[in-house]
Design a protein around this ligand. Structure first.
Ligand SMILES: C[S@@+](CC[C@H](N)C(=O)[O-])C[C@H]1O[C@@H](n2cnc3c(N)ncnc32)[C@H](O)[C@@H]1O
Length: 404
């Protein structure tokens, strides 16, 4: 592997595209980066790998935030950064993202923290978080992984679990058959000892992002959209996303290696008492829509345990996977138990003003640990989460508790 400076790479010709280059904790092929984009300044070599990610060629690679997810804080990172850095300081020992979802918050605070910890109760989120936050060069041969992704993209659809249950509904029949072929092939590579556990995590992550892009949904899987088979546009009206009809194609995750982070999968209330961290960020669900109901298809693709599915929306039995934070009767007690058990110096909590735990309860719970203040930012959103596409303003709030 070449150790090479960015200046040199930007001058290389496309013929070098099979060479893997190393820049600090990033490895990439020449065409993964759009060196010709305006403002790409490499003159003084001060660009960080985090900055490099702004210039990735999204035709070839994808980043952690390239995904729609209910409640994702991707657009709110500048606000969170301002609040958290001002209160907790510019460099933290450790940062724990306890309800990490996509993982974008943990990923963002990597640059401000000795290590980040991320946890989510969904296997699909755990898989993605592990790929992006916890890869090390020892466990990943990126040249091999890139070539395996090409091989997986050349497979033909087969009849299997996904095509039987999700073909013609959540995905086209062809794409559901490709999910079967690709996911089975990944397990076979692992069974034959051809990939490490971490390489498998990267390949499954690639499949999750590719499948999600081609899903016939409004961004979550509580239901699929009617009209599969119709034209994307009919009589000037948008009927179905054109991506649904495109053959799914895996890209490579753009990985920054550091390996020192910790990624967990489980109930935060069980995990929290076992950790000691400087800063905790909590972004629990705030309404009674269970995340497992909204992401059951991605969960199935991740675990590939092929459970029986039921009803029109093809969900598996999710008893035992429901979150206490999405139940009015249990949410406040769960938050209280969690906040009480945290061993940390700073707690930041994002919570919507229309959430099922009242502001009074939140303040009382946090004040139990230390002085608490609220930061607010108003921002525009489209829709109300129920298919309405009207623009409106919502207020994002972060509660900050400086622990005694
Ligand atoms: C609002 S989302 C977090 C979004 C995330 N901050 C982001 O930017 O992508 C809440 C997350 O909490 C997870 N979750 C719900 N209950 C949980 C629990 N008891 N323990 C751990 N994770 C939980 C859900 O799976 C969901 O991903």
């Amino acid at each position: 592997m070449n150790q090479i400076m960015l200046n040199d790479i930007s001058n290389l010709q496309d013929s070098h595209n099979n060479t893997l280059f190393t820049y600090k904790n990033a490895d990439f092929f020449r065409n993964d980066i759009q060196f010709n984009r305006p403002f790409f300044s490499i003159e003084n070599q001060v660009i960080s790998p985090f900055d490099l990610k702004k210039f990735i060629n999204t035709e070839r690679v994808f980043d952690i935030g390239s995904r729609k997810y209910i409640g994702s804080k991707d657009n709110l990172l500048p606000f969170l950064e301002k609040v958290i850095i001002e209160a907790a300081g510019g460099q933290m020992e450790s940062f724990f993202d306890g309800f990490s979802g996509t993982g974008v918050v943990a990923e963002h605070f990597r640059r401000y923290s000795g290590k980040v910890l991320a946890n989510d109760c969904l296997v699909s989120n755990y898989t993605v978080n592990r790929a992006f936050l916890n890869s090390s060069r020892d466990e990943i041969d990126m040249i091999k992984t890139a070539s395996l992704i090409e091989d997986l993209n050349n497979l033909e659809p087969v009849a299997g679990y996904a095509s039987r249950h999700f073909g013609g509904t959540y995905f086209t029949r062809e794409n559901a058959g490709l999910i079967d072929a690709i996911r089975d092939a990944i397990d076979k590579l692992e069974a034959n000892g051809q990939i490490t556990g971490q390489e498998k995590t990267l390949l499954v992550t690639s499949l999750l992002y590719a499948a999600d892009k081609a899903a016939n949904t409004a961004g979550q899987y509580d239901a699929y959209l009617k009209g599969m088979g119709r034209e994307s546009y009919e009589n000037g009206r948008h009927r179905i996303d054109a991506n649904v009809y495109k053959r799914i194609r895996l890209k490579r995750p753009f990985i920054l290696y550091d390996g020192g982070n910790e990624v967990y999968h489980g109930d935060i209330n069980t995990l929290a008492p076992t950790l000691q961290v400087e800063t905790v960020y909590l972004d629990p669900p705030y309404n009674s829509r269970q995340y497992i109901d909204n992401y059951h298809v991605l969960e199935n693709i991740s675990t590939w345990e092929k459970p029986a599915v039921f009803g029109k929306t093809r969900k598996f039995n999710r008893d035992g996977l429901k979150s206490a934070y999405s139940r009015r009767a249990t949410a406040a007690a769960a938050l209280k138990e969690l906040v009480t058990s945290l061993k940390c110096r700073h707690i930041f909590l994002s919570y919507n003003s229309e959430g099922i735990i009242s502001d009074d309860d939140i303040i009382t719970i946090l004040e139990g640990r230390g002085r608490t203040e609220i930061f607010e930012k108003e921002y525009p959103v489209f829709g109300n989460g129920a298919g309405v596409s009207r623009k409106r303003n919502v207020v994002e709030r972060v509660f900050y508790c400086k622990c005694r």
